[in-house]
Each structure stands twice: as C-alpha cells, then as structure tokens.
Design a binder for this molecule. Structure first.
Ligand SMILES: Nc1ncnc2c1ncn2[C@@H]1O[C@H](COP(=O)(O)OP(=O)(O)OP(=O)(O)O)[C@@H](O)[C@H]1O
Ligand SMILES: [Mg+2]
Length: 276
C-alpha cells in the first residue's frame, strides 16, 4: 500500500503541476504565434513583392522619360516638365528603398515563424543573431545602438526556432535594461566544440538580491502586464535542456550585464539525414 503523501509533498507536487501547466500554455502560445507570423509573412510578402517590381519598372520608365525631356529642353516642352519628372523619380527611388526595408524585416520575421519547427537543422548562428538584431532594432533603434562582432563559425546543429527565441529574449532583456541611451553588443566565437555567444548591455545591471531569482519561472521586476517572468526560464530550458549547452551571466550595478550562452556545434544523437 502506498503511504499517503504528506503536506510538503502535496505542496511540492502542486507547484510542479502549476509550473508544467504554465510551460505548456507558453509552448502553445509560441506555437500559435509561429503559425500566425508565418501567415502574416506570406500576406505581406506578396503585395510588397509586387509593389517592389512595379516601382522598378516605374523608375526605368521615368529615367527614359527624363532623358527624352532633357534632350528636348529647348523645344516645346517646358523645363517644368523635366523638374516634375525628376521629383517623381526621386520619390520612386525612396519607395524602392522603403520596399527593401520592409522586405528585410519580413525576411527576418520568417525565421521566427519557425518557432514551432521540431527539426534539428544545421544553420548559421550568426545569421539567426543578425535577424534578431534587425527585429529588435526596429523597436529600440531610437535610443539604443546595436553592435555585432561575429566570429567565423561552422554551421551549428540545433533547433533554430528555439535558439531564435533564446536570442530574442536575451536581446530584448538587454534593451529593456537600458533607460535612455545605451548599447547592446552581440559577439560570437568558436571555442573548441562550443559556440560562445555573448550579449552585453550597458543597462542597469542586476542587483545582488535579484540575481539568484532571475531564471525562476514567473520572476519579474517589470511592471504588471510588461513582463511575464518566463523569458529566462524558457531561455535556460532551451539552451541547457534542449541543446545541452550552458547559460550564465556577469553583471555590475549601474554598468551593465553580459549573458554568456554556450551551444555545442553537434548534438549527441545526430540525425543521420543531416550528414557529416
Ligand atoms: N540584461 C538584463 N539586465 C538587467 N536585468 C535583467 C536582464 N535580464 C534579465 N533581467 C532581470 O531578470 C528578470 C527576469 O527576466 P525574464 O526575461 O525571465 O523575465 P522578464 O523580462 O521580466 O519578462 P518576460 O521576458 O517574460 O517578458 C527581469 O525582470 C529583470 O529583473
Ligand atoms: Mg525577458
């Protein structure tokens, strides 16, 4: 006969259940977000593609028209027509740059649409980081400078959707720790069989009494509705449990924080389909 669990055991089990339920809810939310962003990326990509190619045609046509007008400058066509075409041409060029910018952001969103992807793939960690920086830059560019110093890395066998989530969490935390102006620097290096990723900020630093709690589920120092306190819990789980890596940090009050992430370049039970 099983002995009745005591009160402590019941409390422990109910905490575990609560944590598991929360993790499941979060995984579900991320999967839905992944599907949703895949749909949005597709919806934006097609019209932008068409605007982009039309703009190219318009620019070429305007250039021709401008040449024709310039050749007849002293003829019956007034200078005003040439000036108007020149203005339209420069506006169309600005539109083309705007389209390129939107396409760039949408392309970087595309990697996030893979949050739910379960396959182990060989990918460029540097590329994942650059995409994440591009996304973060669209939100925080005004006050924060984003810098990268990326070393030569081999392709890394990983779950790219999950590592995207890790990098986004760390870069957003870094940006949120800065009030006013500051800098977030991302570095990568190959260290033996590990890729070392550093995310450094010039933010507030983490007070000594807060440091032991930051990876705990639900712990946040951010105002209600701003932080769920799950970012670092998920981050550590994806780095250490899913990829067999390691995450730690160094911080100094008032100076900033650096998170160090170590990810193995190979996963232990390699999928033979991936090749050598
Ligand atoms: N780079 C950082 N600088 C200063 N404090 C940090 C940094 N990263 C994390 N923290 C602290 O750790 C806490 C927990 O971080 P975590 O990412 O888990 O949750 P959150 O950012 O508060 O909310 P969420 O990520 O769910 O939106 C933060 O509230 C903050 O106090
Ligand atoms: Mg966070």
């Amino acid at each position: 006969m099983n002995p009745e669990p005591d009160d402590d055991e019941v409390t422990r089990l109910s905490h575990e259940l609560e944590l598991t339920t929360r993790k499941l809810a979060d995984a579900h939310k991320m999967a839905s977000l992944g599907r949703l962003s895949a749909g949005i990326v597709h919806e934006i990509n097609s019209p932008i593609g068409s605007i982009f190619s039309n703009t190219e045609v318009i620019i070429r046509a305007l250039e021709k028209l401008k040449q024709t007008l310039a050749a007849n400058k002293d003829g019956p066509i007034p200078q005003k027509a040439l000036d108007t075409v020149t203005t339209i041409l420069s506006l169309a060029e600005v539109d083309r740059i705007a389209c390129e910018r939107i396409s760039g952001v949408v392309r970087s969103l595309k990697t996030f649409a893979r949050v739910n992807e379960g396959d182990l793939l060989r990918v460029s960690i540097n590329e994942l980081l650059l995409n994440t920086l591009k996304l973060a830059g669209t939100v925080y560019r005004q006050m924060i400078t984003f810098e990268s110093d990326l070393g030569d890395l081999p392709q890394v066998e990983c779950y790219p959707g999950l590592l995207n989530q890790v990098f986004l969490n760390l870069i957003v935390n870094a940006a949120q720790s800065i009030s006013g102006e500051g800098k977030v620097t991302v570095r990568t290096r190959l260290e033996g069989s590990l890729v070392h990723i550093e995310i450094e900020d010039t933010g507030s630093g983490i007070p000594a009494e807060v440091q032991p709690k930051i990876f705990a589920a639900g712990f946040t120092t951010k105002p209600l509705g701003e932080g769920t306190g799950l970012g670092l819990t998920i981050t550590r789980e994806f780095v250490e449990d899913t990829h067999g890596g390691k995450i730690n940090f160094k911080t100094e009050a008032g100076k900033g924080t650096t998170f160090h992430v170590f990810v193995p370049i190979e996963q232990p039970r390699s999928d033979p389909k991936l090749g050598a």
